[in-house]
Design a protein around this ligand. Structure first.
Ligand SMILES: C=CC1=C(C)c2cc3[nH]c(cc4nc(cc5[nH]c(cc1n2)c(C)c5CCC(=O)O)C(CCC(=O)O)=C4C)c(C)c3C=C
Ligand SMILES: [Fe+2]
Ligand SMILES: [Fe+2]
Length: 388
């Protein structure tokens, strides 16, 4: 076998407060994060939203030490994986490919080519697939592969999602059990799975399998845990005005508080490293909500980070991927997008879903155009003299 590389995909996060604005701009420039009918609107809208969000987001990063720990943790995971693979006789180089911040996917691919890697395993650090996370990285990689002739000789295989992996489920169950057992009465605790949300339209219109994978993953973790505790699944971190997957974490916590739940063990399940949504959103914001509604014992299960059982699971996934038939990026992008075409391909007359979708979009574009014009002083209404 030629020289092997493992490409670890992750989202990336600002290392320091000055990075927050450009990081947010990169994130909102991605059509897999904000799905617009017109490409030309993407960059101005990304600039607009990033500019508006930067201050609040910086405040949140300030509360967790002035930047995201994601790069450091992902590097430690990469190093632990390299050692684990070496221990089982596979010498592999690890490459970290972030989607919106350093080390960018393009940088990782350039290094991988320079190092003369001949076989690559593409392993997203997201257990469940979403169009907005692994899907976005896969799409970018497909483009990089198509555009670089040097990559035509590099063999690769993709692991689309891996939430059913035994070692992953066992590591999650172990961490939950540890947290439950800190409580005076572990059997009475309510287990609260908090997944990162996505807009509802991703699932219902674009066919994102994310919700189904999250639900199945939650069920499998509970089976592995093998305890009789009651549990809830809710979705956190909603951004913007559209509807996201429900129930929202904040509402579900309040409801449990009203029902008289006193002990809550919160499990972050869409992500395997500590990041702003665990350290700030759960540990600070949701804890406050819980305490305000009478939940006196609020505990959060730590992220997997470099948990040895989890690292072993990543190594097993890598070895299995090398031993099994390869999966291409085109196959995975096709396979994971299985329901409706978005936007609807064929126009239908009357009060149809497609008409409603387009009406909404046209109204949104008009509204955004007006906002940008009011802020910048340039645009159609100024040109034709309606605004001065
Ligand atoms: C599985 C995990 C994630 C999904 C799904 C996801 C979808 C998603 N996220 C946004 C908007 C933002 N995400 C931000 C940061 C961020 N998101 C994830 C994970 C998922 N996102 C991570 C790991 C991070 C980085 C965290 C860090 O420590 O830096 C941010 C920036 C932070 C903030 O301002 O709140 C935004 C904004 C959307 C719109 C979306 C689905 C469409
Ligand atoms: Fe996010
Ligand atoms: Fe958030």
């Amino acid at each position: 076998m030629g020289r092997v590389g493992v490409l670890l995909l992750n989202l990336g996060g600002p290392d320091k407060l000055e990075d927050v604005g450009p990081f947010l701009y990169n994130l909102f420039s991605d059509p897999e994060i904000i799905r617009l009918p017109f490409r030309w609107l993407q960059k101005p809208l990304a600039w607009f939203i990033a500019t508006r969000r930067t201050k609040t987001s910086q405040e949140n990063y300030r509360k967790i030490g002035g930047g995201s720990p994601l790069r450091q943790i992902t590097e430690a995971q990469g190093e632990a994986l390299r050692e684990q693979l070496q221990g089982s006789g596979l010498d592999a180089e690890i490459y970290i490919a972030m989607r919106y911040w350093h080390p960018f996917t393009e940088e990782a691919m350039a290094r991988l080519i320079d190092d003369g890697i001949e076989r690559v395993v593409i392993l997203p650090l997201y257990p469940q697939f979403s169009i907005s996370t692994s899907g976005s990285s896969f799409r970018l990689l497909e483009k990089i592969w198509q555009e670089n002739p040097k990559l035509q000789e590099v063999e690769y295989t993709v692991i689309p999602s891996w939430y059913k992996e035994k070692g992953y489920l066992e590591a999650m169950a172990e961490l939950i059990a540890q947290e439950l057992d800190q409580l005076p009465n572990p059997d009475n605790a309510h287990i609260f799975f908090s997944a990162h949300g996505v807009p509802k339209s991703y699932v219902e219109e674009a066919g994102d399998p994310y919700q189904q994978e999250i639900e199945e993953c939650t069920y499998l973790i509970m089976q592995t845990l093998n305890r009789a505790n009651e549990y809830t699944l809710a979705y956190q971190s909603r951004v913007g005005p559209v509807e996201w997957l429900q129930p929202y974490t904040e509402d579900a916590i309040e409801e449990l508080g009203e029902k008289g739940i006193k002990d809550l063990v919160v499990v972050p399940i869409s992500f395997v490293s500590e990041h702003i949504e665990t350290l700030e959103e759960i540990d600070i914001e949701y804890r406050e909500i819980a305490e305000d509604c009478g939940i006196s014992n609020f505990r959060r299960v730590p992220a997997l980070n470099t948990h040895p059982v989890f690292v072993k699971a990543l190594a097993d996934l890598t070895v299995d991927a090398l031993e099994n038939p390869s999966l291409t990026l085109a196959q995975v992008n096709q396979m994971k997008k299985k329901v409706k075409i978005y936007p609807p391909e064929r126009w239908e007359w009357g009060i149809t879903t497609s008409a409603e979708v387009w009406n909404g979009r046209i109204a949104m574009i008009g509204f955004i155009g007006l906002l940008i014009e009011l802020l910048t002083g340039h645009g159609l209404l100024h040109a034709i003299g309606i605004l001065q």
